[in-house]
Design a protein around this ligand. Structure first.
Ligand SMILES: NC(=O)c1ccc[n+]([C@@H]2O[C@H](COP(=O)([O-])OP(=O)(O)OC[C@H]3O[C@@H](n4cnc5c(N)ncnc54)[C@H](OP(=O)(O)O)[C@@H]3O)[C@@H](O)[C@H]2O)c1
Length: 338
């Protein structure tokens, strides 16, 4: 795989990495650790060297598995990105009081947002321990609010951790265009993680060009729209209890399904699956450094890495997919949260 530069960091990484949320084991249905470790090894054997996780994925479990996988590997050839900001630690594990978050936001799993300096320092030490590494390659703030981004205090903590050698680069993962633009206003920002896929292309309007201009690397997350872009989840599909997709909005699922059928129609004579086209479409954007499809099994990893090994999307098809998003009525029905 031809590597791409991560913004101004001077680091090059594989354009397809591995998203490791599902490996946490409590958000994407049942998953076995042997399969997860197999997925990590398959990615590495196939030339992927970028792994994205977060401390909260399985409350440390995803990071623990990555720590196991890193053992005995050439550490300087593997790029590990993790995140902090969702506080899942029991109160008695922390050497300080929890400060109430201004947004008061609580995740579906009951975790609180926490970007307090003392908490971020504590969380970083815990991630270093679980990953069994001296430094985290990319440390990202995990979904801070617009106000928290604008305040810049949490980035200041990451800057100090960088000076101390605990992290190599700093970044942020956000939801909205306004948050993304505010994040890259900060000259200290080195990487920006955003949702970008065939069903949600908001970031290509302003954020991509601004990030390129400011030399901030882009990580494209949820590239398969959490699995929808495999075409295997019709609205009638029921997800198990331990799967976050169970909470998807029924109306939005119907709309997304119509979009998927339109996309499949564009691709019908192209000899490429929707899932691989979804990844190749993202790679067609120069602003994107790395796309991080989540995968639970070695077979899924292999399927995703085939996307860059044999690019098959023609410029005409890329344009057709782009126009479909911009012009087709069903794509304009708003982005109701899933
Ligand atoms: N706030 C944040 O910062 C945030 C939020 C979300 C994600 N992320 C990051 O982005 C990464 C990617 O997002 P995601 O994992 O949520 O969603 P995704 O990559 O869009 O979709 C992952 C799902 O697609 C299906 N899949 C993947 N490869 C496949 C293949 N080859 N064949 C068939 N099905 C396949 C699997 O579904 P099944 O499990 O149903 O088989 C898998 O769980 C995450 O792992 C995480 O690192 C970050």
């Amino acid at each position: 795989m031809k590597e791409r530069s991560l913004g101004s960091t001077g680091v090059k990484v594989s354009p397809i990495g591995l998203g490791c949320w599902a490996l946490g084991g409590n958000s994407y249905g049942n998953i076995r650790d042997e399969e997860s470790l197999g997925a990590l090894e398959t990615a590495w054997d196939s030339g992927a060297n970028f792994y994205d996780t977060a401390d909260v994925y399985g409350e440390g479990h995803s990071e623990n598995l990555i720590g196991k996988f890193l053992k005995g590997k050439p550490r300087d050839k593997i790029f590990v990105a993790t995140k902090a900001g969702w506080d899942f630690y029991p109160a008695d594990r922390k050497p300080f009081q929890r400060a109430a978050d201004a947004s008061g936001k609580i995740s579906h799993a009951g975790h609180h947002k926490n970007f307090e300096p003392a908490y971020l320092r504590f969380a970083c030490e815990q991630s270093l321990r679980r990953l069994g590494t001296e430094a985290i390659d990319l440390y990202q703030l995990h979904n801070p609010s617009l106000e928290q981004i604008q305040r810049g205090e949490a980035v200041g903590v990451l800057e100090k951790l960088k000076k101390e050698g605990k992290i190599r680069f700093l970044g942020i993962s956000v939801h909205t265009e306004a948050e993304a633009l505010a994040a890259i206003e900060d000259p200290r920002m080195e990487a920006l993680q955003v949702i970008f896929n065939l069903l949600d292309q908001r970031m290509k309007e302003k954020v991509f060009s601004e990030a390129q201009r400011k030399r901030v690397g882009i990580l494209a997350r949820e590239p398969l729209a959490s699995g929808l872009l495999t075409g295997k989840y019709a609205p009638s599909h029921e997800f198990p209890k331990n799967d976050h997709r169970r909470r998807w909005n029924a109306e939005k699922r119907e709309i997304d399904w119509k979009k998927i059928r339109l996309l499949q129609d564009v691709l019908k004579d192209q000899n490429i699956s929707l899932q691989q086209a979804a990844l190749e479409y993202i790679l067609a954007f120069e602003a994107v450094t790395v796309v991080i499809p989540g995968a639970k099994t070695p077979a899924q990893v292999t399927g995703n890495l085939q996307a860059s090994a044999a690019p098959r999307l023609t410029a005409e098809t890329v344009l057709a997919l782009r126009e479909l998003y911009g012009n087709e009525l069903v794509f304009k029905q708003g982005l109701i949260p899933r």
